[in-house]
Design a protein around this ligand. Structure first.
Ligand code: EPZ
Length: 422
């Protein structure tokens, strides 16, 4: 199992280019199952979850092609789907596999998708996805660990859907299903994340009729069939945020390029409140200078456009170096502080009380061996390792490979002393 070895204390300098967004690429790839025509995607991040989604789609007998050059391109052609199943072996490695359900049910009138199973950050049920598809006419049972869906009459119909909780992949699944349904679907309390808006853009290019992109009310008028499309995926706002924190925590000066600052406005505002010097260096780039003195903050994670839960762990690493007590309230997931106990082993002063965390600082961090428990927790431990005295070993970096494209190479190019141990 790969591990990272990091020697801390080196301010980062230079430029880092952000890759495409994992959480936009995954639903967009699944959307290709809605049509028999080829869907050509660009700026796809080369991360493990993309490979898993490719395997899931190929398992249906769709053609999935990644040219050598550019390796960030991908073509999917689901001309002849013969197997509407997403098997446990693939699904268990990636919860986003649930995104297979909406397109398969909509296109074929039936599907069998393994339930994702447990996750370190929370229970993460898919009940809202299932309830909404049932409102659209699907008959769904969950047996032997699988969600089995069947549409009597073969075609879903439109419905009035209001999610009890804002769900990103739930919104994406229903958007894809409603695009081929008979009649109109109204989606209230829809997620407004930029990744959802990017999916809507692709669906519209494929011929879908969707109004309300970027708002919490979406109206979809179903069509008989969808066509192919070509689309460039948006940059990864969480990778961009992670590198902004890397520049800030290391006390260096870096430029983050190929990003969309407006997609992480709430996070950038909190970092500026801490005293990090961040300026726009162009429409798609940010210049970050680490601050000599950081100030404690209060953070409450929220759905977009609020402070992203996927940035909570990384900003917590920075808060260990801030003067005073920072407070975090995690409102999205019930168990998203696994990184805190590992940072405490490095010398941080963090107390957890349910969904609240208090971080007292500044505390010098010491290098030691720490274990990554999930994707964003692993990124936060790498950031802590960049400033820890001596050597930090981050174990189980397979978590980080799921969503960050060769992060150790990008950090090395900025001067970090980090290497992958195989
Ligand atoms: C998406 O997960 C992202 N994943 C997550 O990013 C992100 O943390 C999350 O949205 C929140 O922003 C992808 O886009 C692939 P939700 P998703 O459904 O869609 C509850 C990363 O690090 N809920 O919006 O699975 C759920 O338990 C990952 O890249 C139900 O109760 O999250 C949670 O508490 C981690 N029933 C809340 O809603 C449901 O049917 C929000 O979850 C669905 C969700």
């Amino acid at each position: 199992m790969d591990r990272f070895r990091i020697t801390g204390g080196k301010p980062l300098e230079g430029t880092v280019r952000i890759s495409g967004a994992k959480n936009a690429a995954l639903p967009t790839m699944a959307a290709a199952l809605l049509t028999a025509e080829p869907v050509h995607l660009k700026n796809i991040p080369r991360v493990r979850d993309i490979i898993t989604m490719g395997q899931l789609i190929a398992h249906t007998n769709a053609r999935v092609e990644t040219p050598d050059v550019p390796p960030t391109d991908l073509t999917i052609e689901a001309r002849n789907i013969t197997d509407a199943e997403a098997p446990y072996e693939l699904v268990r490695t990636m919860r986003a596999s649930i995104l297979m359900l909406g397109p398969l049910v909509a296109r074929l009138g039936h599907a069998r998708v393994s339930l994702p199973g447990g996750c370190a950050i929370g229970a993460r049920p898919v009940d809202l996805h299932i309830k909404a598809l049932e409102q659209m006419g699907a008959e769904i049972s969950t047996e032997h660990g699988y969600v089995t869906a069947h549409v009597p009459g073969g075609r879903l119909h439109g419905a009035e859907i209001r999610f009890e909780k804002i769900t990103v992949t739930g919104t994406e699944n229903i958007l894809m299903a409603a695009s081929l349904a008979e009649g109109e679907t109204h989606l209230e309390s829809a997620a407004r994340e930029p990744e959802v808006t990017d999916l809507i853009e692709v669906l519209i290019k494929m011929g879908a009729r969707i109004e309300g992109a970027g708002t919490s009310t979406l109206v979809v008028r179903g069509v008989e069939r969808l066509g192919g499309a070509s689309h460039t995926i948006i940059p990864d706002r969480i990778e961009a945020g992670t590198f902004v924190v890397a520049g800030a925590i290391s006390g260096g000066e870096i430029e983050v390029t190929n990003c969309k600052p407006e997609h992480i406005r709430a996070v950038l505002a909190k970092l500026c409140e801490m005293g990090v010097d961040i300026e726009a260096a162009g429409p798609d780039r940010l210049r970050v200078r680490g601050a000599k003195k950081l100030t404690a903050i209060h953070v409450t994670t929220e759905e977009y456009p609020g402070f992203a839960t996927d940035m909570q762990a990384q900003v917590m690493a920075l808060a260990t170096q801030a003067q005073g007590s920072s407070e975090f309230v995690e409102t999205i997931f019930e168990n998203r502080y696994m990184h805190a106990s590992e940072m405490t082993r490095m010398g941080a002063d963090i107390t957890i009380d349910g969904r609240k965390a208090v971080v007292r600082g500044p505390t010098p961090l010491e290098g030691t061996t720490v274990i990554a428990s999930d994707l964003r927790a692993s990124a936060s431990l790498v950031l802590a390792g960049l400033i820890a005295r001596g050597e930090t070993i981050v174990d189980r970096v397979y978590h980080i490979d799921r969503g960050y494209e060769r992060i150790e190479e990008k950090l090395s190019r900025l001067g970090a002393r980090i290497e992958r141990l195989r």
